[in-house]
Design a protein around this ligand. Structure first.
Ligand SMILES: Cc1ncc(COP(=O)(O)O)c(C=O)c1O
Length: 432
C-alpha cells in the first residue's frame, strides 16, 4: 500500500507566502505577550524533565487534576503516539471523521490500524470539533462518546476550539471525563512555528497516561514551547485572543462577501477558516508565484474546494486582484499550466551577491527568488491600478456621510492633539 502524501498549508519551497490563506493560524497574531515570552525563553538549559510547574498551570487552567495532563511535542506528535499505544494494546481499527486532519490517517497507517466507518468496530476513534477543513461541528458527537467512551480510546482534537467564532461544543462534564482532549495553542496565538501541545486524559486513565509517558522521548517540549504554553494560560493572552475573535468575525464577513461577488460558493463554518468552491478552475501555481497560497482540499476528500483562512483586508484585496487579473502570460499557458520564459538579465554584482545570500538563507534558488520578487512587484503595481480604479468610484459626499457617523466625543486620554498641532490644524483649515 502506498503512503498517503503528507500535505500541509504554510511555507513551502518558495518560502513563506506573503498572503497565506493556507494555514488556519490566527491572522491577528502573533499574540504580542506570547511572542515576547517565546523570544525571552531561556534556551541555555534543558526544561524540567517532569514539567511540574507547567503541568500544574495547565491543570489549573482546565480545572482538572494535574495527573491528567500530558505534554506533547505538538498535537501531531501526540496523534502518532496515542495511535502507537492503541496498536500496542492490540487495536486493529480506527474510525476517522469524514474529512479530517491527515495525520490521523498517516499515524494509523504507520501503526497498521485499518480505517473503518463503523465506530463500534474501532479501538481508536478520532473526533475534531470545530473540524478541519470545514470548521464544522461533528455530527452525533455526544452519542458516539456515550457509546464508545467506556470501551474505545476516543480522542477529541480541540485544535480550533480557541478559534471558534460561533456555536459551542455540546458535551456534558460527564462525557468529557471519558475522552482524551488534545490541545495545541500555537494556531490561536499565531505562532505555529513553535511546536508544543498537550492532552488531557480521561478520568481514571492512569495506566494509559503512564504507558504514553513511556512511549515519549525525554523533553518533548523545548524551552520555547514551554514559554508558549505558559503564556497560553495567562489572562492577558486569553483577553487578546477574545478580542482577536471580534476582528476575525469582521474580516470573515468581508472575505466571504468578496469571494461570493467573484462567483465563489462558500461553505458554512464556525471558525477563522472555511472551504469554498470557485466559479471557475483555479491556477494555484500562478497564485503562489504571486505570493498567495490557498489550501486545496482534495487530500481531505473535498475535491474542487479550497480551504481559506480568514485574512486581513489587504490580503483579501491582493487575492481579489490576483483572481481578477487572470493568468499571466509569463508563467502560464492557456491550459493554466506553468510555463517559463528564459531571460538574460544584467544585475550589478553587489545586487547579485545579496540575492544569492538571501536565496540561500531561505533555501530557494536565485531563479525562484527573482521570479517571486518580480511577481510581488507586479502585484504591487496592479494593486495601485486597482486602488486608483476604486478611488475614482468614490464620492466626497459618501466620505463625509461616513465621517458624520463617527460620534463627536472628546479624544481618549493620551490620544488628543497637542495644542500646537491643534492650532496648526485650525489655521490650515481656515477658509481664505
Ligand atoms: C485539526 C488539527 N489538529 C492538529 C494539528 C496539528 O497541530 P500541531 O501544530 O500542534 O502539530 C493540525 C494542524 O494543522 C490540525 O489541523
Amino acid at each position: 500500500m502506498t503512503s498517503p502524501q503528507r500535505i500541509h498549508g504554510g511555507p513551502d519551497a518558495l518560502g513563506v507566502p506573503r498572503f497565506d490563506f493556507s494555514t488556519n493560524s490566527n491572522a491577528c497574531g502573533p499574540c504580542p505577550v506570547a511572542l515576547a515570552a517565546v523570544q525571552q525563553a531561556d534556551a541555555r538549559h534543558y526544561p524540567d524533565a517532569s514539567y511540574a510547574a507547567l503541568r500544574a498551570q495547565l491543570a489549573a487552567f482546565h480545572g482538572v487534576e494535574v495527573q491528567r495532563v500530558l505534554l506533547a511535542g505538538s498535537a501531531s506528535e501526540f496523534i502518532f503516539r496515542i495511535t502507537a499505544w492503541v496498536a500496542q494494546q492490540g487495536g486493529r481499527q480506527v474510525c476517522l471523521p469524514p474529512h479530517s486532519y491527515g495525520d490521523y490517517a498517516q499515524a494509523a497507517q504507520a501503526w497498521g490500524l485499518a480505517p473503518t466507518n463503523q465506530p463500534d468496530d474501532a479501538q481508536l476513534m478520532w473526533a475534531c470539533e470545530p473540524s478541519s477543513p470545514l470548521g464544522a461541528t461533528q455530527a452525533r458527537l455526544g452519542d458516539l462518546v456515550d457509546e464508545l467512551g467506556a470501551t474505545a480510546t476516543v480522542v477529541l482534537d480541540r485544535a480550533y476550539e480557541p478559534l471558534r467564532l460561533n456555536g459551542a461544543l455540546a458535551l456534558t462534564d460527564a462525557q468529557f471525563q471519558t475522552i482524551w482532549q488534545l490541545w495545541t495553542p500555537n494556531k490561536a496565538l499565531g505562532l505555529t512555528g513553535v511546536r508544543a501541545g498537550y492532552a488531557i486524559a480521561p478520568l481514571g486513565a492512569e495506566k494509559a497516561v503512564a504507558a504514553l509517558e513511556q512511549l515519549c522521548p525525554s523533553w518533548p517540549v523545548g524551552a520555547h514551547g514551554v514559554a508558549l504554553l505558559q503564556s497560553w494560560v495567562q489572562p492577558e493572552v486569553q483577553a487578546w485572543l477574545t478580542e482577536s475573535l471580534q476582528t476575525l468575525r469582521a474580516w470573515k464577513a468581508r472575505q466571504i462577501a468578496l469571494l461570493q461577488a467573484l462567483g465563489w460558493t462558500c461553505l458554512p463554518s464556525g471558525t477563522n477558516f472555511f472551504c469554498a468552491r470557485p466559479g471557475q478552475a483555479l491556477d494555484l501555481n500562478r497564485l503562489r508565484t504571486a505570493g498567495i497560497k490557498l489550501r486545496d482540499t482534495t487530500s481531505f476528500g473535498l475535491p474542487g474546494h479550497f480551504r481559506l483562512s480568514v485574512q486581513p483586508p489587504v490580503a483579501q484585496d491582493a487575492l481579489k486582484i490576483a483572481l481578477q487579473t487572470g493568468p499571466s502570460p509569463v508563467f502560464t499557458n492557456f491550459e493554466g499550466e506553468v510555463t517559463m520564459t528564459a531571460l538574460t538579465i544584467r544585475l550589478p554584482n553587489s545586487v547579485h551577491e545579496s540575492i544569492k545570500l538571501l536565496a540561500r538563507k531561505d533555501g530557494i534558488s536565485v531563479n525562484q527568488f527573482i521570479a517571486s520578487a518580480a511577481a510581488e512587484k507586479m502585484a504591487s503595481f496592479q494593486t495601485l491600478d486597482y486602488l486608483r480604479r476604486e478611488a475614482a468610484l468614490g464620492k466626497r459626499e459618501d466620505f463625509e456621510q461616513f465621517l458624520k457617523l463617527v460620534p463627536d466625543v472628546p479624544a481618549q486620554a493620551g490620544d488628543a492633539l497637542s495644542s500646537d498641532i491643534d492650532t496648526l490644524v485650525k489655521t490650515r483649515n481656515k477658509k481664505p
